[in-house]
Design a binder for this molecule. Structure first.
Ligand code: BES
Ligand code: ZN
Length: 401
């Protein structure tokens, strides 16, 4: 019961903040369409028909599918999201799209994926390597802490605000500086049809087959300030530390390695969905996707909790074995219960994804999505995140090289 109450409070926070954020914004979005297409589970729709009726003048049912499509003015999306969350205790209970074509393509993909029960990641044994053990011992708390402080000093990293744009640029510049001695590494902004870009770094491997290490770079809150120190400056800062050590290895990896900071996760996993979709459409092969979202709040007894829904079972088992071999801390498992972060975008497109999380779902940082999501909540240090940097580095080296 406790869990349900927390989840509800958490989702409501998002919607209040969305309404406030759009009221107070000083920069208009980059060509946001006036209408959005919403895809909602039929069951959810039916149990809320009353409260939704004022928005659904042009709804239509998709035959043979378990969902409802509604075409609504863009300004209604956050209100409908609020209704879904209030009534169903469900975050992310629907998806919104800019066009009917995008929605249909997404649906087709979902149907294809639900048909294939095969795990996209093969069962893989971990064999201890000395170079990985040595690299892992080089992870430092200080670098992670400093990057969390820097990122949380932006007033907000909201996807429609100028400072949301600026924070993406800052991350790109930081990653460029770290990799400046390596002419083969490319870092760029990935534009979407809203203001904030994602950041994509590519370390070319001997083969095109890739691995992806990512986390969202945006923040959201129920007040003017959205420091998002834990959600998710922690994930981006953890990745940044991994990148530093990885470039020092100075060997060309076997697989191509991407580091990604996704835009607009907090408003429906939008940035990662665009990227995963492009990868799928251009036929890119991706062996595994690691998501780091919230790594620095030690809320439960164990040190790493592996989410078991919307992930690859085999990849998650492999990450647990890497934890035993190189991180050497106790871990547990937990469930989001809904598509809580960007790993779900990749999973939706059939890629093997995994998400090691800071605590169990009962005990996550209570200050996320508020102006108080600061590093002080984690004791002013990044000790907890160090474990995640070790795991991500071990994965990049073991799978990538
Ligand atoms: N970091 C959170 C996800 C999260 C929060 C996972 C608490 C586990 C425990 C993420 O940034 C987030 O807020 N996600 C949204 C997803 C939605 C907009 C599709 C959420 O949880 O509502
Ligand atoms: Zn969040």
């Amino acid at each position: 019961m406790d869990y349900l109450i927390t989840l509800m409070a958490f989702c409501l926070t998002i919607n209040i903040s969305l309404a406030q954020a759009s009221k107070g914004r000083s920069h208009s979005p980059k060509s946001q369409p006036r209408e959005q297409f919403i895809l909602m589970e039929k069951q959810v729709y039916q149990s809320m028909q009353r409260s939704l009726s004022r928005y659904d003048k042009r709804r239509s049912f998709i035959p043979g599918d378990n969902s409802v499509i509604m075409k609504v003015p863009s300004t209604h999306v956050s209100k409908i999201s609020a209704s879904v969350h209030e009534k169903k205790l469900k975050c992310g209970g629907f998806y919104s799209f800019d066009s009917a074509q995008e929605l249909e393509a997404f649906q087709k993909q979902l149907v294809l994926n639900s048909r294939s029960k095969v795990d996209p990641f093969p069962k893989t044994e971990v064999k201890k390597r000395n170079d990985i053990e040595k690299a892992v011992s080089q992870v430092e708390e200080k670098g992670i802490r400093e990057m969390i402080l820097k990122l949380s000093s932006f007033k907000t990293r909201y996807y429609q605000h100028q400072t949301g744009y600026d924070s993406s640029e800052y991350i790109m510049e930081t990653w460029k500086n770290i990799t400046q001695s390596r002419k083969d590494i490319e870092v760029s902004l990935y534009s979407h049809n809203w203001l904030q870009p994602s950041v994509v770094l590519k370390i070319p491997g001997k083969t095109e087959e890739a691995i992806v290490l990512g986390g969202h770079l945006d923040s959201i809150s129920n007040g003017q300030k959205a420091p998002g120190a834990d959600d998710n400056a922690s994930g981006i800062s953890t990745l940044t530390e991994v990148l530093k050590i990885l470039v020092q290895q100075r060997v060309q990896p076997e697989k191509t390695i991407y580091f990604m900071g996704y835009a607009a996760e907090e408003v429906g996993l939008k940035g990662s969905r665009d990227i995963a979709k492009e990868f799928k459409n251009s036929g890119k092969k991706v062996a595994a996707v690691l998501q780091l979202d919230m790594t620095n709040y030690h809320g439960s007894a164990d040190y790493i909790y592996f989410m078991t829904d919307y992930v690859s079972k085999n990849f998650t088992k492999y990450l647990q074995d890497l934890t035993d071999t190189y991180v050497k801390v106790n871990w547990g498992t937990s469930q989001c219960g809904y598509k809580c972060s960007d790993h779900a975008s990749w999973n939706d497109y059939g890629y093997a994804a995994g998400i090691p999380f800071e605590s169990s779902m009962h005990d996550y940082n209570p200050e996320i999505h508020t102006p108080d999501d600061k590093i002080e909540v984690s004791g002013g240090v990044a000790e907890h995140a160090v474990n995640f940097a070790k795991l991500a580095l071990a994965m990049a080296m073991d799978l990538g090289a």
